[in-house]
Ligand binder design. Structure first.
Ligand code: FES
Length: 165
């Protein structure tokens, strides 16, 4: 299984995107608001679309990309039905979250920031999830699972995939 971005899928929504953008022409101070609206419409913010937003708001793609990286709400990739977020904050890292990430990447053929081809899973690596006492921690669709090891993490993911969670 490999990713990811279905090419040009968003271009089917060009007219609706243009309708959003025309209300903010050259208004770079509205960047976050515009990104919210566009992501709500498209589901994610691929690079080409970021360029289009940057041009319209009269800013540079680097600024758009910085905002997207800063706010975890924004995503450059389509998210899966089950959105896995693995913590790589200090407590989780020390307790082996890297091995869990590698196991998931290996088993499902995706890297951080990618989704499986069937759209079931997406993986992101995040900073402290605020549950350090349960390190290492991952969330799936916002629900926390802690005290993980690679096998346990995959076991939990399989339960989601099998509709048991
Ligand atoms: S470092 Fe992972 S939850 Fe805090």
């Amino acid at each position: 299984m490999k990713v990811v971005e279905k090419k040009n899928e968003w271009q089917e929504k060009t007219e609706e995107i243009d309708n959003i953008l025309k209300n903010y022409k050259d208004d770079s101070s509205s960047l976050i608001e515009v990104l919210h609206k566009v992501q709500n419409l498209v589901g994610y913010l691929p690079k080409e679309l970021q360029k289009k937003v940057a041009n319209s708001l009269n800013t540079v793609p680097g600024d758009v990309s910085s905002v997207i990286s800063f706010y975890s709400h924004f995503s450059e990739f389509p998210k899966g039905e089950y959105q896995i977020a693995i913590c790589k904050g200090t407590a989780c890292y020390v307790k082996g979250s890297q091995k869990i990430i590698e196991k998931i990447e290996d088993k499902y053929g995706i890297s951080a920031g990618e989704s499986t081809e069937d759209g079931k899973l997406s993986l992101e690596v995040v900073r402290c999830l605020g549950a350090c006492g349960l390190a290492p921690v991952m969330t799936i669709n916002g629900r926390a699972h802690g005290l993980l090891n690679p096998e346990k993490a995959v076991g939990i993911i399989e339960k989601y995939l099998n509709g048991e969670m």
